[in-house]
Each structure stands twice: as structure tokens, then as C-alpha cells.
Design a binder for this molecule. Structure first.
Ligand code: BGP
Length: 466
């Protein structure tokens, strides 16, 4: 058996993509609530405030706020050992800077977590999954402002204390490395750049503030309950050199640097040579004070969680030393042009484990498909089964043959939900189909796809029967 008996099989979701009820029971707005629906090739718009008559997918999600019992019952039926979900920060602190939490918001998570525990499903909580309170963006400039470290700490304290003895696994910021990877990282760090501002410097400062917030969260969690494990979470972009040209191998490294930048600081507890080299590449002068360096050292994470969807290639040409594309001729792509590469997951696990020697947790992996029930109402998602099966095979090899220490595996979106990248509903990842379309129409009824029973058997056999 490659997987331990306590291996955490399950699924992963985010509050803003499934809860809905965006303004109910005192919840404030999050950065997700001002993002419109886009499509493949059509970016989502980011608004300053909510415009009348515009459809914002997070506002209704798939209405889990009211249907969580039904959804948890379905996860239980599949035998989930854990569910990774996020707490919607502005449900607990509607503005983000209050002293006292919103009791109504906490009551929702009390019920939600108790329901999971009643069903023997371990809660795994992401503290910030693209849900920074919008008020903090408008009034403090979001993570560029050090005040957010205290606001985040306050929020974490509330959650850690409230769920002491009930929740063992937390992670701080979902895909924190998107802050540097994306040109416009509003959806991640809530950053809006001002005219004339050097965006790279702002990204570096915001990231540093999040590193400090993460370190504080780790220390605080351990003080409150020594049994809590706090991880970081990154999007892992496995990359291959496009050719055997040595410059392309360097291009591969240049592509990975802004990603290892994040795991280095949070897992090793300091800005490594790689981080310094990355700062130089960004042309940013950045000094870490003694006090900050101490905090980073004291607050290293307990494990590294990551999402893995596809791999890319990197090459060098006359215009740039690092051009990254999804053009690997050896790989098929899905309808959203995401290459399908199970071995890339084994590469990711090995690269991370070799670099950090720390437990890993694959907390997102899956295949987005545009699916419709057939005449009998069934969805035969054989492609999804094939995708997940091949990824789990590589996962097994990483554990069994490469000796990677792996805590668990949670597929992304075990129930269809709103896509982050496009705001679409039709980019479906679920074992459970949700009747809702891209304009928000549908009965919201839930039904089992073919993959539902397949995943149930995978979990029941601890990964043996694929
Ligand atoms: C990750 C996010 C998730 C999720 C997933 C799939 O980047 O952490 O929130 O949405 O990607 O992406 P998409 O929804 O764009 O298909």
C-alpha cells in the first residue's frame, strides 16, 4: 500500500466559488464579489463597486450556503476523508479592520464544520482563498499595507480559537505565488496599481507582508493548539525546457524562480540566494529588517500544499531569456488549452520534496470539461476518470518509488462550481453535476456523474482500484 491509512482523500472548494449569499448575515464584500463573468479568451472585468444589472458569479455561487447539508452528504457517500474549503474572510470580518467578528458569519462555519465532523470528514481550511475584504483594498491599498498583517492575525486568532480541537489543518493564502506570476494580481492579493507605480516593487512588498502574516499565523496556531498544522499553498507550474539547448534549461529555471521564491521564504524561513536573484531579475531593491527576518525564521510552515493542473515549456530567444508556453507537442490539451500531463505531477512532487524535505499535500488537481447530461440525465465523464486515474498513478509512484512524504490528495471542485479564471459555470470539475448555466439560470439540483462511483471506489480501496 503506497498510501498510509490516514491518507487524506477528498475534494477542494473555495467559499467565493460555491457559497453564494454574498451579502447575507452581515457578510462584507470580498474582492471576488466585484468580478464579472468572462469566458475562454474573454477576461473577467474587475469593478470598483457592484453595478446594477451586472451578473457577478460569486454572488450566488452554487448556493452551498443553504445547501451544505446536501453537499456534505454527497461527499460522505463518496467516502471523503477530508474537505478542503475556505472561510470567507469578510463573513467573519466584514470590513477586515474591526475589533470584533461578525457572530452570524461564525455561526455558519460552526454549523458547517460540525456537519463535516458528524460525517467523519476532516475539515481542511484555507484562510484566504481570493477573498480579501474589499474594504481593505479600498481603504488600505490591500497587501501593500503592513496593517493587513494585524488584521489577518486578528482574523486567524478568531478562527483558531473558535475551532480549537475541531480543525487540525489550515493553509494561509491560496496560490500565493500568483501575486508575482500574474500581471494584474487583483484576484489574488487585491492589488490595484496606481499610475506611475512600479508594479514589481508593489508585488514584492505585498508578498513580503503576506509572508509575515503567514509566519504570524503559524506561530499563533501553534500557541493556541500545538496540534494544528499550518501550510503554505502555491500553484505549481511544472515546466520543461523546450529543447535540449542549454539556454532553454536556464529559461526553465528562470520560470521556476518566482515560484520557488514563495516556498523558499515560507518553508526555509529566509530570502535565499534564489530569492535575491529573482529580486534582481525584477529590478527591485528590497531589504529585510532584522525584526522581520526573525519572524520569518520563527514562523516556517508545517507543510507545503499545492495545486497542479498542467505543465508548460520554457525557451530562450533573441527577445527574452524566458518565454513560457503551453505548446508541448507530446501533450493533449483540454478545451481551455490546458495541457494534460500526469507525469508533471510526479515532477512537481519530487522537485518540492527534494528542495524542502517537508510533507506535501496536493490540494487541487482536476479536469475542467463542458458537460451536459444525456437523454437519460447521465453524465459519462470518462475523460475525467482517465485524467484523475493517470494523475493518481503518478502520485503513487512519487510515494512508493521516490519516497515523497504526502499527506493527501484533494481534487479540485468535487462538485461543479464557478471557475476562477473565467467566471464560467460550464468549466466543470465535479463528480457531482450542478444544474446551473453561465448566466446563472438553472434549478441548482445536484446529480451524480459517472466519476462519482469511480472516486468512491478509489477512496474505499485507498488508491488501489483505479
Ligand atoms: C486554482 C484556484 C481554484 C480553482 C482552480 C481551477 O487556480 O485555486 O480556485 O478555480 O484553479 O481554475 P479555473 O477555475 O480557472 O478552472
Amino acid at each position: 500500500m503506497p498510501f498510509n491509512d490516514d491518507f487524506l482523500w477528498g475534494g477542494a472548494v473555495a467559499a467565493n466559488q460555491w457559497e453564494g449569499s454574498y451579502d447575507i448575515d452581515g457578510k462584507g464584500l470580498s474582492i471576488a464579489d466585484v468580478q464579472t463573468a468572462g469566458a475562454h479568451g474573454v477576461p473577467r472585468e474587475i469593478h470598483d463597486y457592484i453595478h446594477e444589472g451586472v451578473y457577478y458569479p460569486s454572488h450566488d455561487g452554487i448556493d452551498t450556503y443553504h445547501r451544505y447539508r446536501e453537499d456534505i452528504a454527497l461527499f460522505k457517500e463518496m467516502g471523503f476523508k477530508c474537505l478542503r474549503f475556505s472561510i470567507n474572510w469578510p463573513r467573519i470580518y466584514p470590513q477586515g479592520d474591526e475589533d470584533k467578528p461578525n457572530e452570524k458569519g461564525l455561526e455558519f462555519y460552526d454549523k458547517f464544520i460540525d456537519e463535516l465532523l458528524r460525517n467523519n470528514i476532516e475539515p481542511v481550511i484555507t484562510l484566504s482563498h481570493y477573498e480579501t475584504p474589499l474594504y481593505l483594498v479600498d481603504h488600505y491599498g490591500s497587501w501593500r499595507n503592513r496593517k493587513l498583517i494585524d488584521f489577518f492575525e486578528n482574523y486567524c486568532r478568531t478562527v483558531f480559537e473558535r475551532y480549537k480541537g475541531k480543525v487540525r489543518y489550515y493553509m494561509t493564502f491560496n496560490e500565493i505565488n500568483e501575486t508575482m506570476n500574474k500581471k494584474e494580481p487583483f484576484f489574488q492579493a487585491g492589488l490595484r496599481f496606481k499610475e506611475g507605480e512600479d508594479s514589481n516593487s508593489v508585488k514584492v512588498i505585498a508578498s513580503h507582508n503576506m509572508f509575515l502574516a503567514s509566519a504570524k499565523a503559524v506561530k499563533l496556531a501553534h500557541e493556541i493548539d500545538a496540534g494544528i498544522k499550518v501550510g503554505c499553498m502555491v500553484q505549481y507550474p511544472t515546466t520543461y525546457a523546450k529543447t535540449a539547448a542549454p539556454q532553454d534549461q536556464m529559461a526553465q529555471r528562470f520560470q521556476m524562480m518566482p515560484n520557488w521564491y514563495y516556498t523558499d521564504v515560507m518553508a526555509k524561513g529566509f530570502y535565499t540566494n534564489l530569492c535575491k536573484a529573482q529580486l534582481k531579475r525584477l529590478n527591485v531593491n528590497f531589504e529585510v529588517s532584522e525584526e522581520d527576518a526573525k519572524l520569518l525564521k520563527e514562523g516556517t510552515v508545517d507543510y507545503i500544499a499545492f495545486s497542479y493542473y498542467f505543465s508548460s515549456t520554457a525557451r530562450c530567444d533573441d527577445t527574452s531569456d524566458c518565454i513560457v508556453k503551453r505548446d508541448n507537442p507530446y501533450l493533449e490539451r483540454n478545451d481551455w488549452d490546458w495541457p494534460i500531463d500526469p507525469i508533471g505531477l510526479r515532477v512537481a512532487l519530487n522537485e518540492l520534496y527534494d528542495r524542502y524535505q517537508m510533507p506535501l499535500f496536493v490540494v487541487e488537481n482536476g479536469l475542467g470539461l463542458d458537460e451536459h447530461p444525456d437523454e437519460s440525465g447521465t453524465i459519462n465523464d470518462y475523460k475525467r476518470i482517465e485524467f484523475l486515474k493517470n494523475h493518481i498513478i503518478e502520485l503513487k509512484k512519487a510515494v512508493e518509488e521516490d519516497y515523497v512524504d504526502l499527506i493527501g490528495y484533494t481534487t479540485w471542485g468535487p462538485i461543479d462550481l464557478i471557475s476562477v479564471g473565467t467566471g464560467e459555470m460550464k468549466k466543470r470539475y465535479g463528480f457531482i453535476y450542478v444544474d446551473k448555466d453561465d448566466r446563472g439560470n438553472g434549478t441548482l439540483s445536484r446529480s451524480r456523474k459517472k466519476s462519482f462511483d469511480w472516486y468512491k471506489e478509489v477512496i474505499a480501496s485507498n488508491g488501489e482500484n483505479l
